[in-house]
Design a protein around this ligand. Structure first.
Ligand code: PLP
Length: 404
């Protein structure tokens, strides 16, 4: 069906929505692999570890026991009580179970929060490079995403002045993500407080604080945005199990915030999807009860890989990359290679050209930066084995060196 026909036949907000670039790139990499190409994919946003055994066992046990019915729409009370304790233990935040909503992945929680908080005529501030879904969710809600563009010079973090300048009478929401996907940058407590200070002067602005990489931090302290003075009443905290517990396929995330907002989100969830799977929720309980050692081991492995990949990138001419303190992504600036030509005759004019060149001619998958509102860069996920990272970096080095 032609693009024009699609635009006229369907809901324009759906027709104009882009497919998630990360999923699209991972899909293309998988397809090439199926066709026999030895592709190394550094494009997926998921840990390359198995779900820790006690969590998996709890899921199996739930099935064996026949714990396979619908649960409460907002999520099982046992699970929400544990999440409430987690907030108290890790973030010093007091959320009653009624202020918590469990959803099918954190992605659903973000979409619900955006949909509840903003609509037609509202502006949503989004630091760029951003997680690909934020602007699409804002647009789907009828609001206008307003990117605040950061660069390598500020380690991809916005400054209080940038925030102040971007706020207008129409600003309804700021989507804050620390540690960040796609850059890995983490705001220090002082930097987060400086943003909160600006927000205290603009009472109409709500904050969605996406903290899904909370535990994947290296030499940095994670700041729960809602714990900053004056922010709890205006912040919806998003978190989930996918990244810290290697549970991407289980689909479990949550939001916590002012009860009135959470209730509205629960209402929408009740009409659209209902609660997450009962089996998954049991597994989520086990994750929160579990000893944290598997998570610490995973983070230690990520740190080693980050350092290795950063070292390799630093040795490549024209590539610049700040040292991120969290998540498992790097966002190297690669624009020095735009305007070049590959030996095959392929022109490289932007991040998409460069990533498709590296994928199709050198069998390594990155995600083009333009999808994240960072057209000068590309996202590299180092959630891959050291062997794969070493080989992928060899290929990237060779591929870039061949460009003229
Ligand atoms: C910043 C951020 N938020 C939310 C999500 C959604 O995670 P999930 O829906 O798997 O819980 C992701 C996943 O890539 C992410 O990177």
């Amino acid at each position: 069906m032609s693009e024009i026909l699609i635009q006229t036949m369907f809901n324009p907000r759906v027709a104009s929505m882009k497919v998630s670039a990360t999923l699209a790139m991972s899909g293309r990499a998988k397809q090439l692999r199926r066709e026999g190409h030895p592709v190394i994919a550094l494009s997926a946003g998921e840990p390359d570890f198995d779900t820790p055994a006690p969590i998996a066992e709890a899921g199996i046990q739930a099935i064996r026991e026949g714990f396979t019915n619908y649960t409460q729409n907002q999520g099982m009370i046992d699970l929400r009580e544990r999440i409430s304790r987690k907030f108290e233990r890790d973030n010093g935040l007091d959320y009653a179970p009624g202020q918590i909503l469990c959803s099918n992945g954190a992605k659903q929680s973000v979409a619900l929060a955006v949909g509840v908080l903003c609509g037609e005529g509202d502006e949503v501030l989004i630091p760029a490079p951003y997680w690909v879904s934020y602007p699409e969710m804002a647009r789907f809600a009828g609001a206008t995403p307003v990117p605040m563009t950061t660069t390598v010079e500020t380690d991809y973090r916005i400054t209080p002045a940038m925030l102040e300048d971007a706020i207008t009478d129409k600003t309804r929401l700021l989507i804050h993500c620390s540690p960040s996907n796609p850059t890995g940058s983490v705001y220090t407590p002082e930097e987060a407080e400086a943003l909160a200070e600006v927000l205290r002067r603009h009472e109409q602005v709500y904050i969605i604080s996406d903290e899904i990489y909370e535990h994947v931090v290296y030499d940095a302290e994670h700041v729960a945005f809602a714990a900053l003075p004056g922010m709890k009443e205006r912040t919806i905290t998003i978190n989930g199990f996918s990244k810290c517990f290697a549970m991407t396929g289980w689909r479990l995330g949550y939001m916590a915030g002012p009860e009135a907002i959470v209730k509205e989100a629960a209402k929408v969830q009740s009409q659209f999807t209902s609660a997450p799977s009962s089996i998954t929720q049991r597994a989520g309980i086990a994750a929160l009860d579990m000893d944290f050692e598997p998570v610490r081991m995973m983070v230690a492995a990520f740190r080693e890989r980050r350092d290795y990949v950063l070292g390799r990138l630093a040795a490549i001419d024209g590539v610049q990359c700040p040292k991120p303190e969290g998540a498992f992504y790097l966002f190297p600036q690669v624009s020095a290679y735009y305007g070049t030509t590959a030996p095959s005759g392929r022109r490289i004019d932007n991040s998409e050209d460069l990533c498709f060149y590296l994928l199709e001619e050198h069998n390594v998958a990155l995600v083009p930066g333009h999808a994240f509102g960072g057209p000068d860069g590309a996202r590299l996920s180092y959630a891959a084995s050291m062997n794969d990272l070493e080989e992928a970096l060899n290929r990237i080095e060779t591929g870039l060196a061949a460009l003229r």
